[in-house]
Design a protein around this ligand. Structure first.
Ligand code: DOR
Ligand code: ZN
Length: 361
């Protein structure tokens, strides 16, 4: 039995408010726990999008009532809300900026709309970019001009990982994440409707360059983006894959094949997410894994509401047996034991030692 720190997923689409037929705070946190993940950071492209105080409260109230693991909620950058989201920074996971086209309404096309966010969002709070290819180069330029850290979501291309590497070598404040589907799937292998995802699945050369540059990748994140099977089978399927329950078995299988180490998995799914996103220690929290169990991935056995997985039938090695969250067993042998509402907001519900210097003496 392998005992590891509980993992963090910094990129999850919860779908609540607005699209709870795809997922909600209850089902998504059950999926997280089953995947060995005890903290999720939720993206703001819900319906309505989370982009001001009222919509943030809508998401946080649902989370407070239903979440079974720890969490925080991103706010989304819009054309006119820079001062509003800057004021919400202490309550939020960070700011998400959609600079390229994807699912939902949040999108900042014109670079003049980026400027107020770079000027006003607190430098100490995380800023995450959906910025593909040349947009990524522009985002890095803004980070350099305003001298503030940025985190690049779902890097998928060779040209992107090499650009992030070059930026880091020059001392720029750039971190990045890579998703399992970009590490394990290529565009030629996956059937059409089910292959829709942003960033798109790429070529074998792109996949190879991600594996060859593991040291440039700060985090693995799922971009868990559930859409139902019926939606994926219809005309114009929405982009997005579920991922919470498959990321760790896929990585453990890669570890069993010598492609990555367990230490690298922990670094990219606990240590670095905690540092980059200012996350608290979770006392008495760990996961237990049976490294030798082999099984086939089956959507029918998963907790996500979406009902399918791009990894259906894949044979993997390594199973999450148990998750202990703050001293309580939250998941064990396929059963969710944590109660709805037992999850904590990592921004609001943990003791803020920095904010109370008198307690520290
Ligand atoms: O494929 C994607 N789906 N990429 C995104 O950036 C958004 C996500 C979603 O929300 O469905
Ligand atoms: Zn996403």
């Amino acid at each position: 039995m392998l005992k590891l720190p509980a993992l963090v997923d910094v990129h999850v689409h919860v779908r609540e408010p607005g699209q709870t037929h795809k997922e909600d705070w209850d089902s998504v946190t059950q999926a997280a726990l089953a995947g060995g993940i005890a903290t999720i950071l939720a993206m703001p492209n819900t319906q309505p999008p989370v982009f001001d105080g009222a919509t943030l409260d809508l998401a946080l109230n649902a989370a407070k009532e239903k979440a079974r693991c720890d969490y925080a909620q991103f706010v989304g950058a819009g054309p006119t809300n820079a001062s509003v989201v800057a004021a919400l920074a202490p309550k939020a996971a960070g700011l998400k900026m959609y600079l390229d086209s994807t699912f939902g309404e949040l999108r900042l096309d014109d670079m003049t709309l980026w400027t107020p966010h770079f000027q006003q969002f607190p430098k100490s709070a995380p800023m995450v970019m959906h910025a593909e290819s040349r947009t990524l180069a522009a985002a890095i330029l803004f980070s350099a001009m305003y001298d503030r850290p940025i985190h690049i979501a779902h890097v998928s291309l060779r040209e992107e990982i090499l650009l992030v590497k070059a930026a880091k070598e020059r001392g720029l404040k750039v971190t990045c994440e890579v998703c399992p589907h970009h590490l394990f799937l290529t565009k030629s292998e996956t059937p059409s409707g089910f292959a829709e995802v942003r960033p798109r699945l790429a070529t074998q050369a792109d996949v190879d360059s991600l594996w060859a540059n593991l040291d440039v990748i700060d985090c693995f994140a799922t971009d868990h983006a559930p859409h139902t099977r019926a939606e994926k089978e219809a005309q114009n399927p929405p982009p997005g894959f579920p991922g919470l329950e498959t990321i760790l078995p896929l990585l453990l299988t890669a570890a069993s094949e010598g492609r990555i180490t367990i230490e690298q998995i922990v670094e990219k799914m606990r240590v670095n997410p905690q540092r980059i996103f200012n996350l608290p220690e979770q006392p008495k929290t760990w996961i237990e894994i049976d490294e030798n169990v082999q099984y086939e991935i089956r959507a029918a056995e998963s907790f996500t509401r979406c009902g399918w997985t791009p990894f259906e039938g894949w044979r993997v090695k390594g199973k999450v047996r148990k998750v202990v969250l703050r001293g309580k067993t939250a998941f064990e042998d396929g059963q969710i034991l944590a109660q709805a509402g037992s999850g904590r907001n990592v921004r609001l519900d943990y003791p803020q030692l920095e904010a109370s210097p008198h307690i520290l003496g």
